[in-house]
Design a binder for this molecule. Structure first.
Ligand code: IPE
Ligand code: IPE
Ligand code: MG
Length: 243
């Protein structure tokens, strides 16, 4: 969809300010499954449908950057079979969805450590990045095996390994060593599932983000909920320390 045909969020005929970069902490798959008397894996399957519909919906707006938190460095602490199931699902999804996203002009990026992931998932991510690298539409960043603290440590390691002179280290330079190099700061962070925490997500980049927390479980997150989040964002006054 081209920029000028993209939907704008309207209320009482007024055009609203939209975020340039939206990041989502997708949470509540397990509890959704529990409520439906299903195994947790079914919750992750249902969550995948929400991922698909959310990307499609956000892509209808002139929102340039979308980032999804799919697997944290702490998620390795889950039972082995859940971790294996989740990573397998991510591999299948990345492979399958990449084709469709490519058609929509979406550019795919990965945030996190590729080392440590199953080889198949690592390859699927690399294939998706390669396939979509020249696309100029929305940039979709997938945070998989992502941790905010690990990201900062990895940046520090690279800076030291490259013998960067200490006096040249400023925020701009540091940004370029993060997984998110080249991405703008996050304007809006949405977290579903009712928890009021950030769970090691984009801790450097979220310094001045707006937050939107909802009790809605991720598999139930739909277009109506997205609109609520965007509307809430559009009504915030961002001061960045000014007046
Ligand atoms: C989010 O749902 C999916 C991931 C963290 C990968 P959860 O699996 O955390 O669901 P709850 O929080 O247990 O309900
Ligand atoms: C955050 O969800 C991580 C992802 C969405 C990938 P969790 O369910 O792992 O978060 P905590 O453990 O409740 O903080
Ligand atoms: Mg959770």
């Amino acid at each position: 969809m081209s920029g000028n045909t993209k939907a704008t969020l309207l209320t009482e005929g007024k055009k609203l300010r939209l975020p340039n970069h939206v990041a989502i902490i997708v949470d509540g798959n397990g509890r959704w499954a529990e409520r439906h008397g299903l195994p947790r894996f079914e919750g992750h399957l249902a969550g995948l449908k929400s991922v698909r519909s959310t990307i499609r919906c956000l892509n209808q707006y002139p929102i340039k950057y979308v980032t999804l938190y799919g697997f944290s460095t702490e998620n390795w602490n889950r039972p082995q079979d859940e971790v294996a199931g989740l990573l397998r699902l991510l591999e299948e999804a990345v492979d399958k969805e990449a084709q469709e996203l490519h058609k929509q002009g979406v550019k795919i990026r990965h945030l996190g450590r590729l080392e440590g992931l199953p080889q198949g998932l690592e390859q699927a991510i690399n294939r998706a990045i390669e396939l979509t690298k020249n696309n100029t539409g929305m940039t979709l960043s997938l945070a998989i095996n992502y941790g905010g603290r690990t990201e900062i440590l990895d940046a520090v390691r690279s800076i030291i390994a490259e013998c960067v002179p200490p006096q040249s280290i400023d925020e701009k330079l540091f940004n370029n060593y993060l997984y998110t190099a080249g991405l703008p700061d996050v304007d809006l962070i949405i977290r579903t599932g009712g928890e009021l925490r950030i769970s090691n997500f984009l801790i450097w980049q979220a310094t001045y983000s707006e937050y939107y927390f909802t009790d809605v479980l991720w598999p139930d997150f739909d277009e109506k909920e997205i609109k609520k989040a965007l509307l809430s964002y559009s009504q915030r006054q961002r001061r960045f320390g000014g007046v």
